[in-house]
Design a protein around this ligand. Sequence first.
Ligand code: SAM
Length: 242
Amino acid sequence: MDFHVMTLFPEMVSQGLSTSILGRAMSKNLISLECINIRDYSADQKHHKVDDYTYGGGAGMLMQAQPVYDCYKSLESRIDSSHTKRVIYVTPQGKVFNQQLAAEFAQADDLIFLCGHYEGIDERVLEEIVTDYVSIGDYVLTGGELPAMVMIDTISRLVPGVLNNDISAETESFTDGLLEYPQYSRPEEWMGKKVPPILLSGDHKKVDEWRLQMSLERTKERRPELYEAWMAAHPPKPPKKR
Ligand code: SAM
């Protein structure tokens, strides 16, 4: 999986993603990360300007179409044409990112993230190059770098081999539509609180049943809309006929 990030602040993304699990995944060539500075494609040789006032008035500056387009064309020419790719503009006006969308994006060979800044980006270049408009939630950040990092981190965990144990991604919150069950580590008792005895029983079937029950209860309490959707997709089985 090759990630490419078009941004005005490449070091923010490259430094933010190069440690821990993702850093290891990069050194094993399971994923790669290229951060490209849109400013390098400015036609303004002197000041490397990439933004200007918006037509029609209004506060703030807008990123211009030309540097973004030239940056994209240069990047596109370096990507193998047989690769499947998506061009994602991170924007509060997009579809809200979730685990299902992460799994869909993880199928691509190359993911290109376009990060806006200031008031955003000239609409005409977005129409020309973007395949997906994606938001990380209903709030507005100063730039697209953090959203791109959030998405890259989430998608990378789904690339085989990135996690030491790929099973852990399969059992985590949202993968099956529910929140994950509570978990415990040593010691068996801490501050008077005991680990639920079923987890010490060694009975894997009972542990699985308990975990499902806990997932259902937690989801019902904290994310009732997810619980309703899960229940609708898993109606109780009718009793067997005699
Ligand atoms: N004027 C834009 C609007 O009202 O939709 C907001 C621009 S925002 C200040 C600057 C940039 O931050 C955006 O172009 C986008 O790339 C990024 N951004 C801000 N909030 C975001 C969010 N919730 N999800 C994804 N990207 C976001």
